[in-house]
Design a protein. Structure first.
Lengths: 469, 82
């Protein structure tokens, strides 16, 4: 398989770099480099949004969730994504209306403007920094661990990680957001094609849907319903995950910037419908791969199962494409996240010179990539659950963002940004084991989110009353 | 100002989306510990979830048509144009 991988891999990297070189010639300033010119079509928007949203955790984490925890995994991600898609056209319209009027360069800068103080932007930046760096890291780690296992002795895990980050940095720094978007389109297509070929191959290997699920009814019937054999998919876990996922377009900057740079509202609406279809198409085959794992490899570790199901049980050339598909999934999400962190940093910096701002952004992107690389070397391997923690962490910014979008002048003040900072710190403390992770039986992330939401409503009502008197 | 047919349609879509998403996590669509009824071999939680996703995509497509925002506001509004 190694010769196939080298040929396909070389072609793939050449394509990514080629796109960046092409875009480097077109980019003329910050707006081109950071916002891709601000006029994204619905088709490009669909692929870049989808490729950014669906990452290594979809390709590696979801089959393993289906294998270990059963069919509730569909509700965990696919159903939640449908809410996300509807939210894009519902809230996205208002977000664009306000953000474009203000001059959008990043969510942190937008919040600083709307709240009339730097604290709001800094809290948002702190939140996305703390919860996105580990998310980027698990993308890098997931793929590096997987490839190192698939090709033992070729490179150590850290070697694959360094290579991955180097490729990502090279084309991101060279071509800016437009290069990332074109590369996302390529990577989104690769991901979709690869996962369907593997999914169908796995389905055939278990004798089809009926035969596969009939086997599970005999061997482990708990996989066919919620909460699953290990009790993971409780209503509270699923609802908490859905709420966190619903917020992603407005709380994770790599996604919200894609809403802001759509050509017009109609392009955003069409893009949202396309993402809904893409979500079903990309998650369905992970259920087939999970079914294959439940039937054939119920007791293996996650990476052993994945390396067999995705690579060794497939024909060699397809195995090479799977590796490239995995790299595509990891790179397309990680590059957007790192780039978005750079853009967020830029939106907070009070410099007037465009070239200086661009330099700050590029240095920021480089530093964030190195931090993610360092974190990837110590991160755990629970891809899907670590991703969920990232979603839950950034979702705590949602009340801040929604008040900025909907409350007009009543958004101003320090109280909500300060409370959001406190909530982030409490959530981090619970993740570190310093505080309990539930309050009166409610998951802490959900409790904090509702508490912040309640506080936001009270603050707006108080401000409205004081302005009437 | 009276609601236009378009804005009524939009409100119906929003209400339907909220109700569907709430129902998605109730025992109606996600019964605890119950695998049947099966369809094409798939357990109920899976096939009803897939059907629900198909419905939500269709609902979103309809909502884009009746969205009161149309395509005018924000059209061509590059972040730094205004």
């Amino acid at each position: 398989m190694l010769p196939s991988l080298l040929i396909v891999g070389t072609l793939y990297v050449a394509l990514l770099i080629g796109v960046s070189v092409w875009q480097r010639r077109i980019n003329t300033g910050s707006k081109d480099y950071l916002l891709a010119g601000g006029s994204l079509s619905s088709v490009l928007g669909l692929f870049t949004f989808a490729a950014t949203l669906f990452s290594t955790f979809t390709l590696l984490g979801m089959p393993d969730l289906f294998r270990i925890h059963g069919v509730g995994a569909w509700h965990f991600l696919a159903v939640s994504d449908m809410g996300l898609v509807f939210g894009v056209i519902w809230v996205g319209y208002h977000f664009r209306k306000v953000a474009l009027k203000e001059g959008f360069w990043g969510m942190s800068g937008f919040l600083s403007q709307r709240f009339g103080n730097a604290l709001a932007g800094r809290v948002a930046f702190f939140g996305v920094f703390v919860f996105l760096i580990p998310y980027v890291a698990i993308q890098i780690k997931g793929v590096s661990d997987f490839v190192a296992l698939a090709f033992p002795g070729l490179l150590p895990v850290w070697g694959w990680s360094v290579g991955l980050v180097a490729i990502m940095l090279l084309y991101s720094e060279m071509g800016g957001l437009k290069a990332i978007i074109y590369n996302d389109a390529i990577q989104g297509l690769v991901l979709l094609v690869v996962i369907w070929i593997v999914g169908l191959s796995c389905l055939e290997a278990v004798g089809g849907l009926e035969a596969g699920y009939a086997t599970l009814r005999e061997s482990d019937p708990a996989l066919l319903s919620v909460p699953g054999p290990r009790g993971l998919f409780t209503p509270q876990f699923l609802i908490g995950s859905a709420v966190a996922i619903l917020m992603i377009p407005f709380t994770q900057p790599q996604v919200s910037i894609r809403l802001a740079i759509m050509r017009d509202d109609r392009a955003m609406y069409r893009m949202a419908v396309g993402v809904g279809v893409f979500a079903i198409l990309v998650i369905l085959p992970t259920a087939f791969i999970g079914l294959y794992g439940s039937v054939k490899y119920p007791d293996l570790s996650a990476f052993e199962f994945l390396s067999r199901a995705l690579v060794f049980d497939q024909p060699p050339t397809l195995g090479a494409f799977v590796i490239i598909g995995l790299l595509a999934a990891a790179i397309s999400t990680a590059d957007s996240q790192i780039f978005a962190l750079g853009t967020e940093l830029r939106s907070l910096v009070a410099l007037r010179d465009d070239r200086q701002l661009l330099r700050v952004t590029k240095v920021g992107i480089f530093v964030f990539a190195l931090l993610a690389l360092a974190f990837s070397l110590v991160a755990g391997d629970q891809l899907a659950l670590l991703a969920r923690t990232s979603f839950a962490g950034t979702s705590l910014l949602a009340p801040l963002v929604f008040i900025a979008i909907f409350a007009g002048n009543r958004a101003r003040g320090h109280a909500l940004p300060a409370a959001t900072l406190l909530a982030l710190l409490v959530f981090i403390a619970s993740l570190l084991g310093w505080l309990a992770d539930t309050v009166a039986g409610i998951r802490l992330d959900l409790f904090l989110l509702f508490a912040l939401g309640g506080l936001a409503v009270v603050l707006v009502l108080l401000r409205r009353r004081s302005s009437q008197h | 100002m009276p609601d236009t047919p378009s804005s009524i349609g939009w409100k119906i879509c929003c209400a339907a989306a909220v109700i569907t998403m709430v129902l998605a996590f109730t025992p109606l669509l996600l019964p605890t510990g119950s695998a049947g009824p099966f369809w094409l071999g798939m357990p109920y939680a899976l096939w009803s979830g897939i059907a629900l996703c198909g419905f939500m995509v269709m609902l979103t497509a309809i909502a884009t048509v009746v969205h009161p925002g149309g395509g005018g506001a924000g059209a061509g509004a590059h972040p730094q144009k205004r």
